[in-house]
Ligand binder design. Structure first.
Ligand SMILES: [Zn+2]
Length: 202
């Protein structure tokens, strides 16, 4: 029994490959989605909001809970423009290594679309998410905007390689080249005949 229990413990920590549903955010509407992770300063967030507004693109913001609590004005600005909020845990912990109670505490206060930090999770995270009725939102395209020497052109290329309907593109609110890359990224997606999730109205 003891051996069985410790094997289960190990298995719970194993990395699991994202399922198709997790990679596509459970969406079947064929829209391409831009998603922004973590947090950022006021300048970078307003720069991103401005670009999204100019092109009428609606995006998902996977925000860290502690930052949300400390930055109500920025969160309000994001929501006022019509974007949707996702759950990026309370303090950006690697959930795979936490016991179920720790995972629960990290996610319970956030929105129902959950993106585990570092895209790193195991069966235990899946079970807690399922119990809370949350959907895990992985990504199909990592722009690598987090990399130190990345250029705007490389972000665009990474975000549009083998692009397909239902793609979920990963970007970061703090990444220095991201606001600059956005207009080109959006243009390239539309030029391929794909439709982005859009803001209401005009
Ligand atoms: Zn993150």
């Amino acid at each position: 029994m003891k051996l069985f229990r410790s094997l289960r413990k190990v298995a719970a920590r194993l990395y699991v490959r994202p399922t198709r549903a997790e990679r596509h955010g459970h969406q079947s509407d064929g829209l391409v989605r831009l998603t922004f992770d973590d947090n950022g300063d006021a300048d970078s967030i307003h720069a991103i909001l401005e670009k999204l507004s100019e092109d009428r693109v609606r995006a998902g913001f996977f925000l860290i809970g502690d930052w949300v609590d400390d930055n109500p004005d920025l969160v309000a600005a994001i929501e006022a423009q019509g974007h949707w909020l996702g759950n990026h845990t309370r303090s950006h912990r690697r959930l795979r290594y936490l016991p179920p109670g720790g995972i629960y505490e990290q996610v319970v206060d956030g929105p129902g679309r959950l993106r585990p930090p570092f895209g790193d999770y195991g069966g235990r995270v899946r079970r807690v998410a399922a119990r809370l009725g949350m959907e895990i939102w992985y990504w199909t395209h990592d722009t690598r905007d987090w990399a130190a020497d990345i250029t705007a052109d490389e972000i665009i290329a990474n975000g549009t390689r083998d692009l397909h309907p239902g793609a979920v593109i990963l970007l970061h609110l703090w990444a220095p080249r991201t606001p600059e890359a956005l207009p080109g990224l959006i243009r390239e997606i539309r030029q391929r005949g794909l439709q982005l999730e859009e803001l209401d109205g005009n």
